[in-house]
Design a protein around this ligand. Sequence first.
Ligand code: GDP
Length: 298
Amino acid sequence: MFDTLQDRLASVFKGLRSKGRLTEADVDSSMREIRIALLEADVNLGVVKEFIAAVKERLVGLEISKALNPTQQIVKIVNEELIAILGGETRRIRFAKQPPTVIMLAGLQGAGKTTLAGKLGRWLRSQNYSPLLVAADLQRPNAVNQLQIVGERAGVHVFAPEPGNGVGDPIQVARDSITHARNKLYDVVIVDTAGRLGIDEELMRQAADIKAAVNPHETLFIVDAMIGQDAVNTAKAFDEGVGVDGVVLTKLDGDARGGAALSIARVLGKPIMFASNGEKLEDFDLFHPDRMASRILG
Ligand code: GDP
């Protein structure tokens, strides 16, 4: 992901470097090229406009012709503004003062929620937390089983409805899991909720009801970075319907253009907190806006 964008930006900067002295026209034409490169990478139009305006405003204040190395200064400004678009600082989990910290996962089916639950559990365990995964996705017959398999691989316990108790009520399961975590001294509860193929009212209502029942410290929206502008639209719908504290981008290892995913933090006004870039449980980390900007700028 981002390979084409990276190549395009690298060639803009290479062109600038080869010039020695830069004229205003040089700078204008490179800003145009950057704009096109971002749009072609599927970055949201509003975000592109805001980004270009911010960079241009800073360039006006810069005495390009007298600067020792003007291209380097432009690269620096582009880098800083890109970091700002991506959310600025790395946003870490806000742990509860009084455990357990409750983290709710929401998103469309296939976004990578169940896999993410395992990744997050494993990651928390590596930092000496004692997480509990909760199977509150009772919509798909196989979802509980799938979470149990992921939990086993991650070495994290799974709280699920007793077999034979019928379909079960996901809200009750979520509520019971908090009591269970308190009794058994788990300090982070990760609640996996049902996904649907598209946004629907029932899904939103159920997620909102689960949220009201467990009062999470973090509600994370899990989104497949491969789905383009739909990622931004779905994120908005979930934020309006359920309320989202942060975003997790999955499938960043894919070959889509990826720009839409990069627009989410700015469009939503919510941070991207984690990045998932592979099917293995260890393909997961905090999202660092500065590292992502460096990756894009090469
Ligand atoms: P859920 O329906 O949201 O719970 O999604 P799953 O966790 O079942 O994931 C759906 C598919 O995406 C599975 O085949 C996962 O192995 C795959 N997947 C999840 N995360 C990633 C990722 O970061 N990269 C890639 N390439 N595949 C992923």
